[in-house]
Design a binder for this molecule. Sequence first.
Ligand SMILES: *[C@@H]1O[C@H](CO)[C@@H](O)[C@H](O)[C@H]1NC(C)=O
Ligand SMILES: *[C@@H]1O[C@H](CO)[C@@H](O)[C@H](O)[C@H]1NC(C)=O
Ligand SMILES: *[C@@H]1O[C@H](CO)[C@@H](O)[C@H](O)[C@H]1NC(C)=O
Ligand SMILES: *[C@@H]1O[C@H](CO)[C@@H](O)[C@H](O)[C@H]1NC(C)=O
Ligand SMILES: *[C@@H]1O[C@H](CO)[C@@H](O)[C@H](O)[C@H]1NC(C)=O
Length: 353
Amino acid sequence: MAGLKFLLVSLSILLPSPLAHPVDYARRDETCSLETAAVRKEWGSLTTFERSNYIDAVICAQNMPSQLNLAATKSRYDDFAATHINVTRSIHNNGVFFHWHRHFVYLWESFLRDECGCEGYQPYWNWALWPDLAASPLFDGSMTSLGGDGEPIPDRQPTVLGNTVLPVGNGGGCVMSGPFVDTTVTMGPFPFSDLRTGLPSNWSDYNPRCLERDLNNFGYQFTNQTMIDLALKQPEIGALTDFVNGGVAGQQLGPHSGGHFAVGPLMFDTFASPFDPAFFVHHAMLDKLWLDWQEIDFVERQFQYNGTSTIFNGASTPSVTNETDLFFLSIGGPMKVKDVVSTRSVTYCYIYE
Ligand SMILES: *[C@@H]1O[C@H](CO)[C@@H](O)[C@H](O)[C@H]1NC(C)=O
Ligand SMILES: *[C@@H]1O[C@H](CO)[C@@H](O)[C@H](O)[C@H]1NC(C)=O
Ligand SMILES: *[C@@H]1O[C@H](CO)[C@@H](O)[C@H](O)[C@H]1NC(C)=O
Ligand SMILES: *[C@@H]1O[C@H](CO)[C@@H](O)[C@H](O)[C@H]1NC(C)=O
Ligand SMILES: *[C@@H]1O[C@H](CO)[C@@H](O)[C@H](O)[C@H]1NC(C)=O
């Protein structure tokens, strides 16, 4: 069995991407239909068993040896975070933002299912349902949540981003309750200025620290149902990308950046945010939002591209096309954007409940 897995991994270097990550998903071929598709559920709709099973799988990832073997990657979990850090400036505020993150969440879900005993699919966080995060089943600090707030740190300054002032929340320190109190974040922090200037040469050096949170309800105004509905009204993918990130037309944050901000400093670190397990439920919701937006006019929208694969749509890479490659270091082979535009296709077979 191990031999077969090794063979498949070896073959994946040679074969086209759809076969690169075989998982025992619903059959991923032309028979993928609404009836056969895997169903990703909202965290609050999971049973206690499903929540615990998912959390156990995340802890399994945190305890499984790294394959990337950078100085700072001590576990397979770290490999996912390091991959995101490595390509951060190629996958944000640009023409592959939704595409890259869709596949990243899928690789994560597949890994949890194949190697860490996860029996369900990737859950998502429907932002609009939880105006008070500290009381939500996601962050209430119970053992079936993704952990609670960070330890309160008094007298902190707000985050200032250009003209935007983002107030502090109720925590700011290390997560104090729930399953991830002992989590070690191994890389970063990375300042926003690195988005412009690039990663420092020591980006993969080991810097062990705790999982920090600063739960706040300020972020909610950017992720509430009004904002989700506005996102769905965006006319094309460039406008949608700008809207979810914020910073346009006087809008401070959007649903993507607002959800990151609502959880705290680590989640708001554009590079290192996957070190917080909340990253994956947040990005599953963002993927759902993209899918819901696509389905308003799927024929027109599935192959719609706008932008480059450089941060802020910089001109150092060409405009995104069907053939643009997405890269995932050791966690997955390269993918063409045309192979990730549909969640019910040769590559994937899933829907959101
Ligand atoms: C990302 O990782 C690859 C492979 O290790 C490396 O060649 C590349 O320089 C890294 N990118 C950055 C921005 O450091
Ligand atoms: C990387 O170098 C910078 C500047 O010298 C330093 O402040 C930072 O702590 C270093 N990071 C790591 C992880 O060693
Ligand atoms: C959502 O937040 C916006 C401000 O961004 C506010 O105008 C709107 O009333 C809020 N909607 C709901 C449903 O809370
Ligand atoms: C691409 O997106 C930008 C916003 O980032 C928008 O101004 C532009 O009109 C879009 N291009 C097309 C062809 O729709
Ligand atoms: C991308 O691929 C699809 C499916 O093959 C095709 O319908 C579409 O025209 C292609 N788009 C471009 C810009 O080539």
